[in-house]
Design a protein around this ligand. Structure first.
Ligand code: F6P
Length: 344
């Protein structure tokens, strides 16, 4: 009998439950036992696992979040934690681990795989920055939420003749800002990949004003920073177990700068975790379901050390190592498309 342990790690995102449901349904159908591991890698360290049945996953397809819970636990932080994790894999007779996560969760999976543990990965993150896959699930939902917010901000910006700054998630990569900015017709999009020049931003917004457009929308990713600033603006310098500080504040920084330089009333909206909450779009439900089914197929083939990925319209598998060796940053051709509309 094969036992599959499944966990969700890192920041949650819409579609996680759809993957869990697909792993359980597909796994049970092939005669496997499925164990749900609670709160990411933490559950394997503490032995917090429970059998998942058809009943456990009933009705979860449209639900946001993760029924398994999540955490940013790094089992490589101490030798003792790593030992406990290995002991628990043996104790619960886990023959394959499905790690559903972003760069941190998958980098742990890759390291465990190097130690010959039977691990497979599923890429998730609203940031869409995992390499080797065209899209991660959760991203489409986040883009839809941000686009709706931009649409709503447009009408009030226009009524009040204001500049609206919208701060969105995107630690290392500005995919959400770029895609939602294009979809929402933003007048400026600022992303971590391209340090911005405040004078250029002001020039674009002034040009709009002079053309009679007395309002503007600026979308900024939390990891974006002006030229000359060494690091992104942080809310707290306290780091998580993977060494990440808590970003946030670039929206307020921009509001102050733009208000002063343009002499236009400026407001900021920080969308924060709203972007990660709630029900996944149909696109994310389908992608997550395809990933869940494909990862069980990998286990059946004993094709460990791999991550499922979307390339074009096909679900493929790539080595975990390849997925974690770099981050997938914004396609500059796409970013340039957005800039054609600045100042307009
Ligand atoms: O999941 C990635 C992400 O959404 C980043 O864009 C953001 O910086 C981070 O998570 C926020 O995470 P937390 O839930 O710890 O505040």
């Amino acid at each position: 009998m094969t036992t599959i342990g499944v966990l969700t790690g890192g920041g949650d995102c819409p579609g996680l439950n759809a993957v869990i449901r697909a792993v359980v349904r597909s796994g049970l159908r092939q005669g496997y036992d499925i164990l749900g591991i609670r709160d990411g890698w933490l559950g394997l360290i503490t032995g917090n696992v429970e059998p998942l049945t058809d009943y456990s996953v009933t009705g979860i397809l449209p639900k946001g979040g993760t029924i398994l819970g999540t955490s940013r636990t790094n089992p490589f932080k101490t030798e003792a934690d790593l030992q406990r994790l290995q002991d628990n894999v043996r104790k619960f007779g886990i023959d394959a681990i499905v790690a559903i996560g972003g760069e941190d969760t998958l980098s742990v999976a890759a390291k465990l795989s190097r130690m010959d543990m039977p691990v497979v990965g599923v890429p998730k993150t609203i940031d869409n920055d995992v390499a080797g896959t065209d899209y991660t699930f959760g991203f489409d939902t986040a883009v839809a939420i941000v686009t709706e917010a931009i649409d709503r901000l447009h009408t009030t910006a226009e009524s009040h003749h204001r500049v609206m700054v919208v701060e969105v998630m995107g630690r290392h990569a500005g995919w959400i800002a770029t895609m939602a900015g294009i979809a929402g017709g933003a007048d400026e999009i600022l992303i971590p990949e391209v340090p911005f020049d405040l004078e250029d931003v002001c020039r674009h917004l002034r040009a709009r004003y002079e053309r009679g457009k007395k309002f503007s929308i600026v979308v900024v990713a939390e990891g974006a920073r002006p030229k000359g600033m060494e690091t992104a603006i942080v809310q707290s310098t306290k780091t998580d177990e993977f060494g990440h500080v808590r970003l946030g504040g670039v929206g307020n920084f921009l509001r102050d700068q733009l208000e002063e330089k343009l002499d236009m009333e400026t407001r900021v909206t920080v969308l924060g975790h709203v972007q990660r909450g709630g029900t996944p779009t149909a696109h994310d439900r389908v992608l997550a379901t395809r990933f869940g089914v494909a990862v069980v197929d990998l286990i059946r083939e004993k094709d460990f050390g791999k991550m499922v990925a979307l390339q074009g319209n096909a679900i493929v598998s790539i080595p975990l190592e390849e997925a974690v060796e770099r981050l997938k940053t914004v396609d500059m051709d796409l970013y340039r498309i957005a800039s054609i509309f600045y100042g307009g």
